[in-house]
Design a protein around this ligand. Structure first.
Ligand code: GSY
Length: 167
């Protein structure tokens, strides 16, 4: 059984619905979601002329390989209307594999840990809520809690809905 952390974001339509539905579809695809962060509203990063995102981070357990997990997340994105019209543009749903056990993978289609995760407040703030002390195997090992002070005020991250979900 593998431990995975996934980052989910949505900035089109009923954003909360897309996040909740993605979590449900992950469960149906062989990823048991054990912990879900609160929902955060965050200013767009990259292509900034777009609406604010809702972001969450979840902890899941799965027997899927990293490649199969990527396939499942892409299927879910597609099934919930994700198109790739503008690079870094608006999307109904984005699912990023942040961490897969403590593995470091560098394939053309997938890099784990997600290479930009440590710079992104919309990832680190919800991740620090659910797993402040896990080791992110980048730069010799670094924890979400230790990155948190550098994230303050970034990307206008604010808690949008407090969730307590652990099973
Ligand atoms: O990489 C995920 C998609 N994405 C996001 C996001 O989820 N949240 C925020 N705030 N900005 C983003 N830019 C991109 S691309």
């Amino acid at each position: 059984m593998h431990t995975v952390y996934l980052g989910l974001g949505s900035n089109i339509g009923d954003r909360e619905y897309y996040l909740a539905e993605a979590v449900r579809r992950l469960e149906d695809s062989g990823v048991s979601i054990k912990v879900c962060s609160s929902i955060y509203e965050t200013a767009p990063v990259g292509y900034v002329e777009q609406a604010a995102f809702l972001n969450i981070v979840v902890l899941g357990k799965t027997d899927l390989s990293a490649k199969d997990l990527l396939g499942k997340t892409q299927d879910i994105e597609r099934s919930l209307g994700r198109t790739r019209d503008i690079h870094w543009g608006p999307r109904t749903l984005d699912i990023d594999i942040l961490l897969y056990d403590s593995e470091q993978l560098k394939w053309e289609e997938l890099q784990i840990p997600h290479p930009r995760m440590v710079e992104r407040a919309f990832v680190i703030v919800p991740l620090a809520e659910i797993a402040p002390d896990i080791c992110i195997p980048l730069n010799g090992g670094i924890t979400p809690a230790s990155l948190l002070p550098f994230m303050e005020g970034n990307e206008g991250v604010k808690q949008w809905k407090h969730l307590v979900w652990a099973k």
